[in-house]
Design a protein around this ligand. Structure first.
Ligand code: RAM
Length: 381
């Protein structure tokens, strides 16, 4: 218990110091994405049952929210088991749904494949859950099973990684796709010095989110002459498995002797690549999307560190947003249509947008992690 109280106090201290430091560090971290993080980002402490602690420290849920969710069951299907980003997302989802009085079912498929998701979704349909939130392992392969769920009266939404828009009500997106693409492209430009070979180490080849971010990067390279001296040599796939991501990083180093930068838009990939590069004392630099808690030992400006800086958003808050969205869909506050408005607990008010034909709710901008702030954030997620 004492440990739990301490973790809340620690988290509170982190919030206070981050908020206090926002103004003074903003200029140093002024990548396109760097903005003050919302206060909620620091709330959940990392290891020690953050959801319950946060709930007891804060105001009790509104009675009407509790009433609306009680008696209903809200499912979350992650990309795969063993991915710490997904675990944090699930923590946030559970916290939001339980705050509203609902029952949670979390399913972690064995592998990051659509087939593994199809079988768990089928079992959720049989159980008669009220909603299914899924981080899609493929844009189109889940169409039949999600249509079956909707036909059975189950509300379907996506988070983290979308599916075909007409097979779900709405997508809880961590940040704008173009914004992530621009942020990563700018980082590659900076770390290469504006020219030379670079590679991408992605998750699976079907992952909708990574593919959208990679497409956004490629479009920028084609449309902006600023990037004309950059040479993307390969997009490698580590399948969000640590060993495969390690092997793929080693292959990139062997195959491209002039490689300057690897960009890994996946928390599993970037952690594996960081270790390979740092262990080998490689001069290749790394950036991408990583969990501060996994990347702290690799972040630094000197030759001894493989990653000068990277980006992410709060995966716990992404899960919470999807939890509140699930409750709002089931109680009928929203249908998932453009312009629908609702309150996602203490995350605040959201309005559903339509971006390129896909209805979505955007959590917020990506946040930059570098030597100036990594020690604070590694305690948070
Ligand atoms: C991995 C997953 C997830 C992605 C993060 C950045 O954990 O691929 O889908 O959002 O990285």
């Amino acid at each position: 218990m004492k440990k739990k109280v301490l973790s809340v106090l620690l988290a509170t201290t982190v919030v206070a110091s981050l908020l206090a430091g926002c103004g003074s560090t903003a200029a140093d971290t002024a990548a396109p994405a760097a903005e003050a993080a919302p206060a909620e980002e620091a709330a959940p402490a990392e290891e020690a049952a953050p959801a319950e602690e946060a709930a007891t420290e804060e105001a009790a849920p509104a009675d009407d929210a509790a009433a609306s969710a009680s008696g209903s069951t809200y499912a979350l299907v992650t990309k795969s088991a063993g991915n710490p980003f997904m675990d944090r997302m699930a923590t946030g989802f559970q916290e939001a749904v339980e705050d509203a009085g609902g029952t949670v079912v979390i399913q972690n498929p064995e592998a990051a494949t659509p087939d593994a998701q199809i079988s768990v979704i089928q079992s959720l349909i049989s159980q008669g859950v009220n909603s299914i939130a899924v981080a899609g392992n493929d844009a189109n392969a889940l169409t039949a099973v999600l249509t079956e769920a909707e036909d059975a009266g189950i509300k379907v939404l996506t988070l983290d990684s979308d599916v075909a828009p007409d097979t779900r009500a709405v997508f809880c997106n961590q940040a704008g796709v173009d914004q992530i693409g621009e942020t990563l492209m700018e980082a590659v430009y900076d770390l290469t010095g504006g020219e030379g070979d670079w590679a991408i180490l992605s998750a699976t080849s079907q992952a909708t989110n990574q593919n959208a971010w990679i497409d956004a990067m490629k479009k920028l390279m084609e449309s902006d002459s600023k990037y004309s001296k950059l040479n993307l040599v390969e997009v490698a796939y580590g399948d969000d498995e640590p060993q495969k991501s390690t092997d793929q990083t080693q292959a990139l180093l062997q195959n491209y002797p002039d490689l300057k930068v690897i960009c890994a838009p996946t928390t599993v990939g970037i952690a594996a690549a960081a270790k390979v590069l740092q262990d080998q004392k490689s001069t290749v630099k790394l950036t991408g999307l990583g969990l501060p808690s996994e990347m702290a030992e690799y972040i630094g400006d000197d030759d001894a560190h493989s990653c000068p800086y990277m980006f992410l958003w709060n995966p716990i808050d992404l899960g919470r947003l999807a939890g509140y969205t699930s409750v709002a869909l089931v109680d009928g506050t929203i249908t998932g249509a453009k312009g629908d408005k609702f309150t996602a607990g203490d995350l605040g008010d959201y309005t559903i947008e339509d971006i390129d034909g896909a209805t979505q709710i955007i959590l917020g901008p990506p946040f930059k992690f570098d030597p100036s702030n990594i020690d604070e954030w590694k305690e948070v997620y």
